[in-house]
Design a binder for this molecule. Structure first.
Ligand code: NAD
Ligand code: UDP
Length: 379
């Protein structure tokens, strides 16, 4: 069933590109998409159902255009953000602008026109677990670490630890969204993603970008370039990984059931796929050894690096992100299905195809190239 007219902010990013794949499959959807770049959605740009504007949503031009688009929209989806931890402590002002201030006019528009806003927030608004502040840091009591949308307190570190600028900005946006709902009657849904893994996340440094991407892309680049995986502070932190396909099923369930999803906050993650970052590094090299049929990857070097050396001053890690997904199960009928191993196999195969196989076929050295989207994925 088509959703109708959909405004998507940040449609050219990782999640946006997968969401467009889903929404443009369905005849009858009309998308008004905005982003600063288009590499990951190049395969959709000729589609008449997509009206793409490559522009900053904070610009005067965008605000004027958005007024009209929001007026005709059935739903507005916000994905626009700077959401790479390497930037939270190094570019906090940009992070605050992109995640909060640039967004506020659009939130106001949605509130004035009482349009349904689906806002992508983050599990990071929970901050650190209560357990991590107890003297023995034990995880014996799930009430002290399982993240529940409507119950768990939000615990962030001190201001000098600028890692928390992103989480703080996202928290203010959630509070604004909720206030617009309570005081102005704006319908909303907040989605809190927990480490979606799939093709097209970020960029691979030295191939199609520079800097420090999120962990999947960071480890992937190191494997492809045969450089050591950099394990921050020994890889003690834990994450739960959900496949991008399962995650997109959750987003579609939200879109297709407004009567059940509106005015709710949802964790979207997979509690069955928990790993420490060290375990993730070890599993990724095993899976890559299978994909490449190269056993030397089983012993691929993993180097420890301190957070201060890797990210610079002001980085502080989230210790554990174990979501409760009971709400999404009960209200949306959604359950994630893909195991961590399957998710890594599918994702890493897609990266290998794009950055190694296709790069070689195009005659370019693997280290110097790599389109954001493989022609295989684009089909
Ligand atoms: P992404 O960085 O790939 O996509 C964000 C997009 O927003 C980028 O393409 C960027 O160019 C665009 N953007 C940023 N500022 C803009 C502006 N002013 N005007 C126009 N476009 C702008 O990130 P993603 O992984 O696709 O994440 C999407 C959303 O989900 C974000 O809000 C993020 O905070 C949230 N999230 C994602 C994850 C995850 O696992 N991927 C985890 C937690 C939260
Ligand atoms: N990390 C790492 N090596 C890298 C990149 C990240 O050890 O090359 C760690 C990082 O310190 C964190 C986890 O991997 O503990 C996940 O980081 P990511 O950047 O993916 O984002 P997060 O899950 O913290 O939002």
């Amino acid at each position: 069933m088509p959703i109708g007219n959909i405004v998507i902010l940040g449609c050219g990013g990782y999640i946006g590109s997968h969401l467009l794949d889903r929404l443009l499959r369905e005849p009858g959807n009309k998308i008004f998409g905005w982003d600063l770049e288009h590499r990951k959605i190049e395969h959709h740009l000729g589609n008449p159902a997509l009206n793409f504007e490559e522009s900053n949503i904070g610009s005067t031009y965008a605000r004027q255009r958005l007024e009209e688009q929001v007026a005709s929209a059935d739903v507005v989806i916000n994905l626009a953000a700077i959401c790479n931890p390497a930037e939270y402590n190094t570019e906090p002002l940009r992070v605050l602008d992109a995640n909060l201030f640039d967004l506020q006019p659009v939130l106001r528009m949605c509130a004035e026109q009482r349009k349904w806003l689906i806002h992508f927030s983050t599990s990071e608004i929970y901050g650190r677990t209560i357990s991590s502040y107890l003297p023995d840091e034990s995880f014996d009591d799930p009430d002290l670490y399982v993240l529940k949308e409507d119950e768990t307190p939000l615990i962030m570190g001190p201001i000098r630890n600028q890692r928390w600028t992103y989480a703080a900005a996202k928290q203010v946006v959630e509070r604004l969204v909720y206030a617009y709902h309570r005081e102005r009657g704006m319908p909303f849904t907040v989605i809190r993603p927990l480490n979606f893994f799939g093709p097209r996340m970020d960029y691979l440094p030295g191939h199609d970008g520079d800097g420090v991407p999120r962990v999947l892309a960071s480890f992937m680049a190191a494997l492809i370039d045969r450089k050591p995986l950099q394990l921050v502070d020994g890889g003690w932190a834990r994450r739960t990984i959900v496949s991008i396909d399962d995650a997109m099923d959750a987003v579609m369930a939200v879109l297709q059931q407004p009567e059940r999803s509106q005015n709710q906050f949802f964790n979207v993650g997979n509690p069955d796929n928990e790993v420490t970052v060290r375990e993730l590094a070890e599993l990724m090299r095993t899976v890559y050894a299978e994909i490449t049929d190269d056993k030397t990857y089983l012993e691929h070097p993993i180097h420890d690096v301190s957070a201060a050396d890797f990210y610079g001053a002001g980085y502080e890690d989230c210790d554990r992100r174990m979501p409760s997904i009971e709400k999404a199960k009960a209200l949306l009928g959604w359950t994630p299905r893909k195991s961590l191993r399957t998710t890594l196999q599918e994702t890493m195969r897609a990266y290998h195809e794009t950055y190694v196989v296709q790069a070689a076929a195009s005659g370019a050295p693997a280290e110097a190239t790599g389109p954001a989207v493989s022609s295989e994925e684009a089909r």
